[in-house]
Design a protein around this ligand. Structure first.
Ligand SMILES: Cc1cc2nc3c(=O)[nH]c(=O)nc-3n(C[C@H](O)[C@H](O)[C@H](O)COP(=O)(O)OP(=O)(O)OC[C@H]3O[C@@H](n4cnc5c(N)ncnc54)[C@H](O)[C@@H]3O)c2cc1C
Ligand code: SF4
Length: 327
């Protein structure tokens, strides 16, 4: 590991001042950043430890939703009574991620900013446009079993690995940020970026900006499902995951929110397929049409071709479960 300076921030203002320095990085749980530093994939000059900041609480927000501090751990968030009751898709997504020990350290802000699990990104002997812009992409034409089938570019076909972010996407979360130019709010839907020509730029965060909290809007009475398909039953990232929030009324799908993991460079949401489903009576034919619309631009890269039929089957199973007994 390369030498670096370490600062423990005592207040948000201190953190922002230290985080504004060239080459500085915030560190929260450290479960992703320290691994990347040990492998010399990331080499910050200065770590700004934010764990002493007052960002570890879950509080009701003015609109009837919840405000989740950026330092709330994945374990505490999954176990919170309000989350389990009103946002069960989030609790289930969190519990489907990592392991108990990791969830005890991993934080809400860090989870949103964790980096891809592309094998070549972690291997500094291999070309990777995300790690070292302009060197090429080893996954294109290489082994790409876990890679993207939607929204990828010729520069990078990596996926975003977070389970939590997929559920938060379906819940229409908003990210609260503080930084050198003041505070702002970024809807999670536009927080992560597609790879395009700059796969190294992964979010809308500007240098030195700190995630302060994530807000969930007031809960919708709904059936909520998180289904994660992976190579083994625990301790594995999603090949495909789906978060569904569905409200039925008299046999009709009234509200449908769907978000997908393992498919793209960001947690994927397609409001066209939600509109296609809303106001309709559930049927196998309708679910097929929704899958067609989701996958119309899907492209496999060889080892990950299997994801296309897999996501179709998973979507149909999730929609069937979400509407079961209501048709
Ligand atoms: C073996 C293993 C298995 C895993 N399996 C899964 C899985 O199945 N599903 C899943 O979703 N995740 C999984 N994870 C990833 C894990 O969830 C993340 O590592 C964790 O959520 C990151 O949170 P952290 O607080 O430790 O972040 P850190 O490692 O502290 O930070 C990550 C990044 O976020 C930045 N950062 C942190 N907090 C802030 C903030 N408030 N504002 C601005 N920047 C910030 C840091 O600078 C860094 O760039 C796994 C990890 C491991 C090691
Ligand atoms: S897919 Fe992206 S992260 Fe993986 S090797 Fe290609 S450029 Fe790097």
């Amino acid at each position: 590991m390369k030498p670096f300076e370490y600062t423990r921030a005592g207040s948000q203002a201190d953190a922002l001042a230290a985080g504004a320095a060239e080459g500085a990085r915030f560190i929260a749980g450290g479960t992703n950043l320290l691994d990347l530093m040990k492998l010399e994939v990331m080499a910050p000059d200065r770590l700004v430890d934010i764990t002493r900041l007052d960002m570890g609480r879950i509080t009701p927000s003015d609109d009837g939703g919840l405000r989740i501090g950026a330092l709330v751990t994945n374990s505490d968030l999954a176990a919170d009574d309000r989350v389990r009751r009103d946002y069960p898709v989030l609790s289930r997504a969190l519990l489907a991620g990592a392991s108990g020990q990791l969830r005890n350290k991993a934080t809400t802000g860090g989870n949103l900013l964790q980096r891809t699990r592309c094998y070549y990104f972690y291997d500094t002997d291999m070309p990777c446009n995300k790690r070292e812009p302009g060197t090429g992409c080893s996954a294109i034409g290489g082994f790409n079993r876990i890679h993207a089938i939607l929204g990828a570019s010729e520069q990078c076909i990596a996926t975003h690995p977070s389970d939590m972010a997929v559920a938060m996407q379906a819940l229409e979360a908003v990210v609260e940020v503080d930084g050198p130019n003041g505070t702002r709010e970024i809807p999670l839907m536009s927080f992560h970026r597609l790879a395009g020509d700059t796969p190294d730029v992964e979010t809308e965060l500007a240098p030195g900006e700190l995630i302060v909290a994530v807000r969930l809007p007031a809960p919708v009475p709904s059936r909520q499902i998180y289904r994660k398909v992976r190579d083994r039953a625990s301790y594995a990232f999603a090949l495909v995951s789906i978060a569904a929030v569905v409200r039925m009324e008299g046999g009709t799908m009234r509200t449908v929110r769907l978000a997908f993991g393992g498919l793209a460079h960001k947690p994927w949401r397609n409001t066209d397929i939600e509109a296609l489903l809303e106001g309709e009576t559930p049927s196998a034919d309708l679910f097929d049409r929704a899958a067609d619309a989701l996958l119309v631009d899907a492209t496999g890269h060889g080892s990950n071709d299997f994801k296309i039929p897999l996501v179709r089957r998973t979507l149909k199973a999730v929609l069937s479960e979400a509407t079961k007994g209501e048709a």
